[in-house]
Design a protein around this ligand. Structure first.
Ligand code: HEC
Length: 150
């Protein structure tokens, strides 16, 4: 009985290890590619959450609105770590101005975080939320200067 369990554990362990080797060996990504993938994911999550804010407002769900706004603030705080040096790789829309004006870029990310926290604050009335204005200022304000047109 013990022996069977041990063999099963070894087989499962070996399968797990080889599947890890395949996923690691199959795609050797550079740190720059990894950083680009990371930030692109953060931005797509932000895009999704922006939509969810509008949906929560439309359905009158204040608790959901607050939750999505809180998530957006966390996501906003994760933006800058994805912009490692020399990561304007193929496919990226990042402009070199980001690294030339790093403090300003960081400031715009911090503004998005603050803006999202304001939406999540107790007492904020989601009736005041205008998705287009929010998108134009909080997202577009940074894109205009630091994201190439796709
Ligand atoms: C601090 C600057 C900054 C802020 C704030 C910002 N973005 Fe971006 N965003 C960028 C940059 C730079 C890129 C390009 C990154 C790359 O391709 O390497 C980008 C890329 C994207 C992308 C993927 C590329 C594309 O055009 O489809 C999406 C989606 C996106 N942002 C959505 C948003 C949304 C939604 C918000 C606001 C809730 C937002 N961003 C706020 C700088 C910003």
């Amino acid at each position: 009985m013990m022996k069977k369990i041990t063999i099963a554990a070894v087989v499962i362990g070996a399968t797990f290890l080889s599947s890890m080797a395949i996923s690691q060996g199959g795609e050797q990504k550079s740190p720059e590619e990894m950083a680009y993938k990371y930030r692109d994911s953060v931005f797509h999550a932000l895009e999704w959450k922006s939509g969810q804010l509008g949906a929560a407002k439309a359905s009158g769900d204040a608790a959901a609105f607050k939750g999505h706004a809180t998530d957006m603030a966390s996501l906003a705080s994760m933006i800058t770590e994805g912009f490692i040096p020399n990561s304007m790789i193929e496919g990226s829309l990042a402009k070199k101005e980001i690294w030339e004006n790093w403090e300003k870029f960081e400031g715009l990310a911090a503004d998005l975080e603050k803006g999202a926290l304001a939406l999540a604050a107790d007492g904020y009335d989601m009736a005041d939320f205008d998705p287009r204005t929010f998108g134009r200022t909080s997202c577009g304000g940074c894109h205009r200067e630091y994201k190439a047109r796709d």
